[in-house]
Design a protein around this ligand. Structure first.
Ligand code: GLN
Length: 194
């Protein structure tokens, strides 16, 4: 059977969007870099990359982009990594800021302090195929999750990969590891939602 190639956008305001686009293409999707709100109309799903969530928010607050993206993630699959996870969270702390409120969770920004602001861990997850390498860069911590949120991986007792229905978020950067399983999982979620 030939599998369909969904069209998945990568929000390309700043951050490591090119690495996400490559991983999506390697996982069987067509990747489109998204810089304008009207591009959302032709997408089956979206990835919101790492970077600086407050900077991305400033950009999104122009031209009705934030409203349109909020509506998009309400109806279509989305995957946020690091700053993207912060944007998808319902509640943001340290400091509080606006968000797309697509996942019922509370996220604390820059939660690891300066000494360990970047680290790599091998973590067991619900994805098959053994432990996942996880690259954390000035990562947020998921401090609370609602009942509808499925925790797919925990580092110690902190959730680091979560899913609520068609929305997934990671506090690490799967696009920086060779392992494609997290992107493959998202492409599968988008296909199921077509
Ligand atoms: N510290 C950033 C923020 O608060 C996230 C860091 C990242 O995406 N690597 O938005």
């Amino acid at each position: 059977m030939v599998e369909t190639s969904p069209t998945i956008g990568v929000l390309a305001i700043q951050g490591d969007y090119d690495a996400h686009a490559r991983r999506l293409e390697e996982s069987g999707a067509r990747a489109v870099l998204v810089r304008k709100p009207e591009q959302l109309d032709s997408l089956d799903g979206i990835v919101i990359p790492g970077g600086e969530s407050s900077t991305m928010l400033k950009f999104l607050e122009r031209d009705g982009f934030l409203e349109k993206l909020t509506e998009f993630v309400r109806v279509k699959p989305s995957f946020g990594t690091c700053a993207g996870a912060i944007l998808l969270a319902k509640n943001v702390e340290n400091p509080a800021q606006k968000s797309l409120a697509a996942i019922d969770m509370t996220v604390k920004r820059n939660a690891y302090g300066r000494q360990i602001d970047s680290h790599i861990h091998e973590v067991t997850s619900k994805l098959s195929g053994g432990p996942l390498e996880m690259v954390f860069i000035r990562a947020p911590k998921i401090s609370a999750t609602g009942a509808g949120v499925d925790v797919l991986a925990e580092d110690g007792d902190e959730p680091v990969l979560v899913r609520q229905g068609k929305t997934m978020a990671a506090t690490f950067h799967p696009e920086l590891s060779e392992d494609k399983r997290v992107h493959e999982e998202f492409v599968r979620m988008v296909r199921e939602h077509l």
